[in-house]
Write a protein that binds this ligand. Structure first.
Ligand code: AMP
Length: 118
């Protein structure tokens, strides 16, 4: 069973912010912003590439609710999903990183010169 499935069934603890029948939002254990939550479906979906559009419609509404709970809806935030190996996904259970609570920087994301391949 994957790490986040264990978190869903309570085998490992989590610091939850919001939960409904289908999704959970909880604090990332290694935050990279003043607010850094993870939002996951309760059922196991490995990655964004595999998710059904119907689930994403429900998940979108849940994420919007989480942004209101955290009072990020007006100030702004960043929503990120790492998909697969090149995307840097470490936990193979679909999750969105919700980042906010400060003015976030946007920086280069790899070590090579971005202009080298142009
Ligand atoms: P990713 O690299 O997109 O797969 O992100 C996985 C994220 O899960 C990382 O930001 C980790 O800090 C976070 N993480 C791993 N284990 C836990 C846990 N038990 N509770 C909360 N966050 C976790």
């Amino acid at each position: 069973m994957c790490l986040f499935c264990k978190l869903v069934n309570g085998e490992i603890p989590s610091n939850k912010v919001l939960e409904d029948d289908n999704f959970i939002a909880f604090h990332d254990i290694n935050p990279i912003a003043p607010i850094h939550l993870l939002i996951i479906p309760k059922v196991h979906v490995e990655k964004f590439q595999d998710v059904q559009p119907e689930m994403m419609a429900q998940m979108t509404a849940f994420i919007q609710e989480v942004t209101k709970t955290m009072e990020l809806d007006k100030s702004g935030y960043r929503l990120v999903t790492n998909n697969g190996e090149d995307g840097g996904q470490e936990v193979p259970h679909l999750h969105f990183h919700l980042l906010g609570g400060t003015k976030l920087k946007w920086t280069h994301l790899h070590d090579e010169d971005p202009k080298a391949s142009m």
